[in-house]
Write a protein that binds this ligand. Structure first.
Ligand code: CO
Length: 486
């Protein structure tokens, strides 16, 4: 019996972290059978940025990608779901969240990993309930996994995270994921955290980290010693840097110990070799760098490296490079004022921009972006500790502007409206999947639908289709088909 199990991330987080989510389905296909035979606990392959990337850059329908993955994988397919934000950064109405989760389950998702950037359980509730409900409607097993978005500073400590795990357990999740998206989890803290979680809940604990700070495999090893059940790893070419620890290394490290994964490391070698080639293809096609330097200082700034370099560039453009240290000092102060939000997109950008403006104007909160006002007035949810009243006063936020109930309670049902909008744009026959794609990424989805029709018309012998041709086909595909063929 394997003591530690592995979730493979090469098909999602691996290429999202290193190669801007540019891996195509066609590049995954040749190895699906081999990946399926390894015996992973699950394969993460959908959600996160893959949906947007499919529509925006790769000309792929994300729903079709999922169908094909499902047809080729018996191993459960895991997706990353941003709670009430689904796959974006805005809150959606409950009916949109429910429709999305239901369709994702129907198309083959076996593990819903659900998180909220602020760790506000109210933002997870609808998605968790919908994922639990989906179990009744599909033939395959569905696991509902609730996330603790890991962060440090302020009120955050292992005991508080254990309490949050208990809340998730009471909401009915099947397992808990420690989601350490910035690689902040140090080895001995990982040990303590897993111990505290295990004391609070009987649920399986899975650990997800990024190598950003260089702690990755040390954190995994200590978490394993503390009894963690599953770790997220990426095959070697898509591991380390800002991605996950390496699958083969972790498997080899545990071989012959009481934690042995039981996986055949040698069977991974040809798969890894193949994906190294894919990595080189993607780097070439999209002109990407493909690697990132280790950044141990991330535990002090608590913000992702790419984000930091953007802020430094903003300073440079203003001729204020000398304010760099001021910016690093200001960041944690702004975060504390704003109630210690975990710094993950979009809160990392919002806090980072606010800190930069404070430094550039030389006066704190003189110029305040609306997004920062929204964050502190509760529009994204409840911050880990209340925002300082002083700050609310300074920003002239009135008590009636503060949102204390669940943000999504202020959003009217959306599916019918999105369907009507799409019909008005010339897509009266849009499927539920298309409506969902449109709800999430309106402009990108519309352009994708258009190109999809153009491609179909070309196949029908109508190259260089005009907008009218596209409209005709969308309104009545059968008539259009006869017309263009005749
Ligand atoms: Co990740």
């Amino acid at each position: 019996m394997a003591k530690v199990r592995i979730t493979e991330t090469v098909l999602r987080d691996g290429h999202q972290s290193l190669l801007a989510t540019r891996m195509r389905l066609s590049q995954m296909m040749p190895q699906l059978k081999a990946l399926d035979e390894i015996g992973y606990k699950s394969i993460e392959a959908w959600g996160g940025a893959t949906f947007d990337s499919c529509l925006r850059f790769l000309g792929e329908d994300p729903w079709e990608r999922l169908d094909i993955l499902k047809a080729n994988l018996k191993t459960p397919i895991q997706m990353l779901l941003r709670g009430q934000n689904i796959l974006g950064y805005n809150h959606y109405a409950d009916d949109v969240v429910r429709a999305f989760v239901r369709k994702a389950a129907e198309h083959g998702i076996g593990v819903f990993r659900i998180f909220d950037a602020l760790n506000d359980p109210r933002n997870l509730k609808t998605a968790i309930d919908a994922a639990i409900e989906s179990k009744k409607h599909v033939d395959h097993e569905v696991e509902v996994q609730g996330c603790l978005v890991y962060t440090i500073g302020g009120p955050h400590n292992t005991k508080e995270f254990a309490k949050l795990a208990k809340v998730l357990e009471d909401m009915g999740v099947d397992s808990i994921c420690i989601k350490d998206m910035s690689g902040l989890l140090k080895p001995y803290t990982a040990y303590e955290l897993v111990k505290d979680l295990k004391a609070e809940t009987k649920l399986p604990i899975q650990l997800h980290t990024h190598y950003t700070s260089g702690f990755g495999s040390m954190a995994y090893l200590k978490a394993i010693e503390a009894g963690v059940d599953v770790i997220d790893c990426a095959l070697s070419p898509f591991s380390l840097d800002t991605s996950q620890p390496c699958t083969e290394t972790m498997v080899a490290s545990l071989e012959g110990t009481e934690y042995d994964t039981g996986l055949d490391r040698k069977a991974m070698t040809p798969i890894a070799k193949y994906f190294l080639g894919v990595k080189q293809e993607i780097i070439k096609e999209f002109g990407l760098k493909g690697y990132f330097d280790v950044n141990p200082n991330v535990i002090d700034f608590q913000i992702p490296g790419g984000m930091l370099s953007n802020l430094v560039n903003q300073l440079k453009e203003q001729g204020m490079e000398d304010k760099y240290q001021d910016l690093l000092d200001e960041m944690p102060r702004v975060r504390a004022d704003a109630g210690y939000p975990p710094l993950v997109t979009p809160s990392s950008q919002i806090v980072g921009t606010m800190a930069t403006m404070n430094v550039m104007t030389g006066e704190r909160y003189k110029m305040v972006p609306n997004e920062f006002k929204d964050l502190v007035r509760g529009k994204f949810g409840r911050t880990p500790v209340p925002v300082k009243q002083e700050l609310l006063d300074k920003l002239k936020i009135k008590p009636e502007d503060v949102i204390t109930d669940r943000p999504a309670d202020h959003i009217p049902a959306g599916m019918d409206a999105f369907r009507a909008e799409l019909a008005a744009k010339g897509y009266p026959n849009a499927t539920e999947e298309d409506v969902l794609s449109y709800a999430l990424f309106p402009q990108v989805a519309e352009e994708f639908f258009k190109q999809r029709t153009v491609k179909k018309l070309a196949e029908l012998g109508r190259p260089n289709a005009t907008d009218e041709d596209v409209l005709l086909y969308n309104l009545n595909p059968e008539i259009a088909e006869k017309f263009f063929k005749g």
